[in-house]
Design a protein around this ligand. Structure first.
Ligand code: IVH
Length: 683
């Protein structure tokens, strides 16, 4: 294809894909299948790759992300991002209405909108092109997250039509639809990572990801609700926001004009129950005076406009019967009591279980067998028991006594001074603890044998093919091929069938074999020694260099290592004093798992930075994590925020301005990457 034809084809594909994108993500009215969309997109990507001179940062192909932001730049908002006053009752709302009426003598209208529960964003468009997207931050300064925002398909990169202002700012809320949220948390569980508590946190966490490709996969969405521009076509909020729809923005169809407080209250009441049928979370209703002149008359307080207010929905609370209490044993042996409840409808879903967290909570609630309890679902996934429904007591209820023995293995439970949780101390023979240890061992940040995730270790354990982490290295093709199991999810009753086909088995065995290359510090973390997380494992590995040195270390030698306190030292000593653990380590060693630092790592490490703390900011010639590891390997400490106690700020290209300023104010030494290497070699 000659250049001219290629360029024309690129332009027409971009236009076509933008149209389909808008129909699919903004209007929710797709006209072609996902497959056909992908075919067109692949065609565009291939043409753009073959003709790099026609690169356009606003091409729909850029939605897939890929750019990595090392550190988000702090940007001052042109107009401060204010928040809204909150009301929680019709009385408070009536007071707002009265205040408004006092100022506005003429007739006025309200606009009622959903209050989207996500993360606020302010986006500037220049000549119809997305220029900058900035988070709220502290309202005055926010983070530049443009690269991440461009991956959200419902946010236009190029505006439609030709009657938009040359420059305008539009604000909206980045949300994660419930379906995307559930998928994401499911993946997190498979990866052995902590799930997000609610879609809002998930949206906020996603926006802060450094790799925009990952953001693209998170399936975020955005509703727009506020335009800031001196030259808008209409003199009121409602008409302008409707106009913004023509320019390609996603504006909720549920925005309505209300002529009276009663209409507003009707709208609130409707959405108070109807909100559960939306596929995203809202946490209230926003009420705005429509007319711009009237908004101006009302003005602002220091924090929020006087022409708008939010009504926050109360968390729904219901009373239901406590049927029984299950005691779950976690991977560390921690016992968590979980209440089984008479099924009850709450905030759009059926609730049958609620966490009771620990023995103290049961005691503080004065919970009794036979009680009715009030259950509430805040923004979190798991409902909470708020209190006992005392009025429903009839005198036959009996005090709940926390169990004394492990429900899985019968061992007497223990509780350490100052801790709230009871533990089963039978670390190596209590089934959930063994399974938990194996799951931790294979997890991504440990040995990364992810082919074994998703319930597969449970199956191997139940089939008695493995009973500890060392057994994994004895598994062969014929042990695994053909295995099949049903796994039922306790919470939703769904059944999944896991089958070990040839490919699955090959993946697992390959994963196990590759795990032998895992670095010593990660192996140490993978062992699952209580209180030895990733950072502590690194410290120990770099200090002791091999497992023999660590196993022989005395209490004094252990606490002499930076960040290793008495509790951690005690836990390490007790781990290695158990012959069962030593046996496992010897077996792992015999199988080829690494128990010493690599030669290069060992020679790299020193104690020259002992006692010094560092903070790094900017882009460096090496990966930032590698720079941090170098600091730790040489005895230094990485801190996440600057204080007068910080010794050095190492700056690369484009360092965060606020960090540099703070370092200057606190007299923290600012050095370059080269200075740092000199420090390493000269000291
Ligand atoms: S208007 C100056 N409209 O709620 C007023 N905000 O508590 C600008 N929010 O920071 C905000 N839905 O993040 C507005 N329909 C809506 C909203 C909304 C959610 C968020 C927004 C704001 C916060 C205020």
């Amino acid at each position: 294809m000659d250049k001219d034809t290629a360029y024309k084809k690129i332009l027409s594909l971009r236009k076509l894909l933008e149209e389909h994108n808008h129909k699919y993500y903004v209007l929710a009215q797709p006209v072609i299948s996902d497959y056909d969309f992908d075919v067109l997109m692949n065609e565009l990507i291939a043409l753009e790759n073959a003709n790099p001179e026609y690169f356009d940062p606003y091409s729909p192909s850029q939605r897939v992300g890929g750019a990595v932001t090392k550190e988000f730049k702090t940007i001052r908002h042109k107009f401060a991002m204010l928040s809204l006053g909150n009301t929680y009752s019709t009385e408070e709302l009536a007071a707002f209405d009265q205040r408004t009426r006092k100022v506005l003598e003429n007739q006025f209208s309200y606009v009622c909108e959903l209050k989207f529960d996500g993360v606020a964003i302010s986006i500037t468009y220049v000549n119809g092109k997305l220029d900058k997207a900035v988070t709220r931050g502290d309202g005055v300064f926010g983070d530049d997250v443009t690269t991440n925002i461009k991956t959200i398909r419902s946010i236009p990169l190029n505006l439609k039509g030709n009657d938009f202002p040359d420059e305008m700012e539009i604000r909206g809320e980045i949300i994660m639809p419930r379906k995307s949220f559930e998928k994401l948390n499911h993946l997190k569980l498979i990866e052995n990572e902590a799930p997000f508590a609610n879609p809002r946190n998930a949206a906020a966490g996603s926006l802060k990801l450094q790799n925009s490709k990952l953001v693209a996969q998170r399936k975020l969405d955005c509703f727009f609700y506020y335009l800031l521009c001196p030259s808008l076509p209409y003199n009121n909020h409602y008409d302008n926001l409707r106009k913004a729809k023509d320019w390609g923005f996603k504006v909720s169809d549920f925005m309505v004009k209300c002529e009276s407080l009663n209409d507003v209250i009707d709208y609130i009441n409707y959405w108070n129950t109807e909100r559960y049928n939306l596929d995203f979370d809202i946490d209230g209703i926003v009420i705005k005076v429509n007319d711009f002149k009237q908004q101006e008359l009302l003005g602002f307080t220091a924090k929020s406009p006087r022409w708008a207010i939010s009504y926050k929905f109360k968390a729904e609370r219901v009373s239901t019967k406590l049927l029984s209490i299950d005691y779950q044993v976690g991977r560390t042996g921690a016992i968590t009591p979980v209440a089984n409840l008479e099924a009850v409808q709450l905030s759009g879903s059926v609730v049958k279980r609620a966490s009771l967290h620990n023995a103290d909570i049961i005691e503080n609630l004065d919970l009794r067998d036979g009680d009715y309890v009030f259950v509430e679902k805040g923004g979190e996934i798991i409902p909470k028991i708020i209190s006992v429904d005392i009025e429903k007591r009839n005198g036959t209820e009996t005090k709940v006594f926390f169990i004394k023995h492990c429900p899985e293995c019968g061992t007497k439970l223990v509780k350490t001074e100052g801790e709230v949780q009871f533990y089963c101390p039978n670390e190596f023979h209590c089934p959930p603890q063994i399974k938990g240890k194996i799951e931790h061992f294979i997890s991504r940040k440990a040995m990364d044998i992810t082919g074994l995730g998703e319930g597969k270790t449970e199956l191997l354990y139940n089939k008695k093919l493995i009973s500890n982490i060392a057994d994994l290295y004895d598994l062969g093709y014929h042990d695994l091929y053909g295995l099949e199991n049903e796994i039922s999810d306790k919470d939703n009753g769904k059944i999944r069938i896991i089958k070990f086909h040839e490919k699955t088995v090959k993946n697992i065995l390959e994963g196990i074999e590759n795990s032998k290359k895992t670095s010593f510090e990660r192996v140490l973390y993978a062992l699952g020694i209580r209180y030895v997380g990733e950072t502590v494992a690194k410290k120990l590995a770099f200090h002791f260099e091999n497992i023999e040195n660590l196993m022989q270390a005395s209490f004094e030698e252990l606490i002499a290592v930076e960040e290793i306190g008495e509790k951690i030292a005690q836990s390490i000593l007790s781990f290695f004093s158990d012959t069962y653990n030593v046996d496992i380590i010897n077996k792992l060693k015999a199988k080829g798992v690494k128990f010493q630092l690599d030669k290069s790592e060992a020679t790299d490490s020193s104690k020259v930075l002992n006692g010094l703390s560092f903070i790094v900011s900017g882009i460096f010639s090496i990966e930032r994590d590698d720079l941090k590891t170098l600091i730790e390997k040489n005895g230094g400490k990485n801190v996440s925020s600057i204080s007068s106690k910080t010794d050095y700020l190492i700056t690369g290209d484009n360092p965060g301005a606020s960090k540099v300023l703070k370092a200057q104010n606190l007299n923290v030494k600012i050095i370059s990457e080269d200075d740092f290497y000199k420090l390493l070699n000269n000291l």
